[in-house]
Write a protein that binds this ligand. Structure first.
Ligand code: F6R
Length: 611
């Protein structure tokens, strides 16, 4: 999704802006641009469609000490040079913007009457004209931005520069993340701290309504009432090591293989001898869990799939659990039972729908809020009562892999903590908890074993590369695992993939079965295995081709119509984590054969900060 970088310094900032944009490429974008105030005090604007490398190619002769840069992921207006940011007005002001301005049509009509020419189809252009308009009426840049944001409805993270005040960078935030990176006689803004790794470790997070006046040696922040405020200075732990490919062909492949370490780190410090610890969920976790009678989980995409798996665990443990997609939750009425803990799950912690659902939930009488997140400095973390981090490390591939499996592990730990209140005093663990804890300890090794299936999966992937449609089947907690497998395949290989609870086949989708529709199934050795086998027979009887990831003791064997890859026997509670791995590898290798842009699939963004 869109990325912002800005800088004000006593040196040429073009290399920093370009480097920052490259570091944000993983978020997904379709065009890029920058504007600096040059040595003649003129705004120099450069924009191009496609990769940041193309922008770099047209910036060789540009230099400046104050400027803003942007990667755009199209929302209003197609990907085109004139729609790329920054947008300028009267060659005086330049603006980069993340978010959406909902009253842009009204403002546009007004500005047309005032004589402003429009050169783009974007909602952003109204912001820059509005700032320009206020400056033409005599305001300074800071006042003009303050006045303009009051006239905007919607979400924004803004970086603004003007040739009239060449040493000044203005930042404003409402609903879209924005940080200020602090340097030595130079300061920066970014939508994501990873953009600033080489230039700044110290940073401040702007809160909604904040506007910052930034020069090379000062930062002043004003809240939405206009009062000067201090924001905490934080230290970033991000490093370049996390962003290097390290010999892998793609970030997605690297991240699939990093799951052993990611899960080890997610479990670290969270398991006692035979119990799951509660303190890692926050100082008030014990008190909040004591009050919790049921769970409501909200998330999007892959994070939603993790929540859907967890529902089986919570309910197995006797805890009512309801799971819903954030964008649906936001727009309907709710009945909230007393003692309901509201849980959000998000890799990025910036997904707008999830964030908005949390804000709405706070008005509805939930007991407390808990966030499961991978990014410590994110909006969702700051807005929640309790937080537990998935220590997946930075995930760069747009298709989520290690973030998903670490979410699963974290959800299982949460379910176990709440189960203790169902089986006893809430403090003492039992033999079943001790058994799951031992299984969790061996999980990293079991993931290694699952990764060893890769060579067989490479052979399997050849059967998919020329297909246009696939079906994924699973039952119980492995139904959402099938959904996640289908999501991965469609995201990175562009093959249409649908997932069904296998028992649903005969209620419709069986009509689709033919030899051009490969059917992928996950078959752990659980209480639903025999039912699943019957469902697979229904596919075979109609000439379907089956590709099954099956427990080594399931009794399922390969033949002419069926390819079975055997997965080492695994405990039922952690099986969903293990069966995810071969599905990720299958998607990756099918996409590799198809030659798609695996780490940056078309039309997708890593962090979805618009509705
Ligand atoms: C798919 C994927 C997305 C995200 C979704 C929510 O591979 O990554 O479906 O899961 O956009 O993002 P987060 O987890 O950051 O809230």
């Amino acid at each position: 999704m869109c990325g912002i970088v800005g800088a004000v310094a006593n040196r040429d900032i073009i290399p920093t802006l370009i480097d920052g944009l490259k570091r944000l490429e993983y978020r997904g974008y379709d065009s890029a641009g920058l504007a600096v105030v040059d040595s003649h005090n003129e705004l120099d604007l450069r924009r191009s469609v496609g990769r940041v490398a193309s922008l770099e190619g047209i910036c060789e002769s540009v230099s400046g000490m104050t400027g803003v840069a942007h990667t755009r992921w199209a929302t209003h207006g197609r990907p085109a040079e004139n729609n790329a940011h920054p947008h300028t007005s009267s060659s005086q002001v330049a603006v980069v913007h993340n978010g959406i301005i909902e009253n842009h049509n009204e403002l546009r009509a007004l500005q047309k009457e005032q004589g402003f020419p429009f050169s783009s189809e974007t909602d952003t252009e109204v912001i820059v004209h509005q700032i320009d308009w206020h400056m033409q009426k005599g305001m300074g840049l800071l006042e003009a931005v303050k006045t303009t944001v009051k006239e905007l409805d919607g979400a924004y993270g803004l970086g603004v520069v003007s040739k009239q005040e060449p040493d000044l960078l203005i930042a404003a935030r409402s609903g879209s993340p924005l940080l200020i990176g602090l340097g030595d006689s130079e300061n920066f803004i970014a939508s994501d701290m990873s953009a600033l790794i080489p230039v700044s470790q110290k940073y401040m997070v702007l809160e909604d309504g904040d506007i910052a006046k930034i020069t090379s040696d000062s930062v002043e922040i004003f809240d939405q009432t206009g009062a000067a405020v201090e924001r905490e200075v934080l230290i970033s732990t991000l490093s370049d090591e996390e962003t290097e490919l390290g010999g892998f062909s793609h970030y997605m492949k690297k991240e699939i293989h990093e799951q052993t370490r990611a899960i080890t780190e997610t479990l670290e410090g969270r398991l006692g001898a035979d119990s799951v610890l509660e303190l890692p969920f926050g100082d008030s976790a014990r008190e909040i869990f004591d009050k919790t009678k049921e769970i409501k989980i909200i998330a999007c995409g892959t994070s939603y799939n993790a929540a859907s798996v967890a529902r089986y665990w919570f309910e197995e443990f006797g805890i009512k659990c309801d799971v819903e997609i954030a964008s649906e939750y936001r727009y309907r009425k709710h009945v909230v039972n007393e003692g309901t803990l509201f849980v959000t799950i998000s890799q990025s912690g910036e997904t707008l729908d999830t964030m908005a659902a949390l804000e709405m939930a706070k008005t509805l009488g939930y007991t407390n809020t808990l966030c499961i997140c991978n990014v410590p400095e994110s909006s969702l973390v700051r807005a929640s009562d309790l937080t537990i981090f998935t220590h997946a490390g930075r995930e760069i591939g747009v298709a989520s892999t290690k973030a998903f499996t670490t979410q699963l592990v974290t959800l299982l730990m949460l379910a176990i903590c709440l189960r203790r209140r169902r089986i006893g005093d809430g403090r003492t663990s039992d033999s079943m908890e001790a058994e799951i804890v031992q299984e969790l300890r061996t999980l990293p090794q079991q993931i290694e074993n699952a990764l060893d299936l890769e060579d067989d999966i490479i052979a399997m992937s050849k059967h998919f590369a020329d297909k246009h449609h696939t079906l994924f089947l699973g039952r119980g907690a492995h139904y959402p695992i099938a959904v996640e497998g289908a999501l991965k395949l469609k995201e990175i290989s562009y093959i249409h993939a649908e997932a069904y609870a296998a028992g649903e086949l005969k209620h419709g989708p069986l009509a689709l079965i033919d030899e051009d529709m490969p059917v992928v199934a996950v078959a752990p050795n659980d209480e639903l295995l025999e039912k699943l086998k019957s469902n697979l027979e229904e596919v075979r009887a109609r000439g379907g081709k089956l590709y099954v990831f099956a427990d080594a003791n399931s009794g399922l064997e390969s033949d002419d119509e069926t390819m079975v890859l055997k997965v080492a026997p695994v405990n039922n509670y952690i099986a969903p984590v293990i069966y995810t791995i071969p599905l990720q590898l299958l998607s990756y290798h099918v996409a590799l054969l198809k030659g798609t842009d695996i780490d940056k699939p078309r039309n997708l963004a890593k962090s979805v900060t618009v509705e």
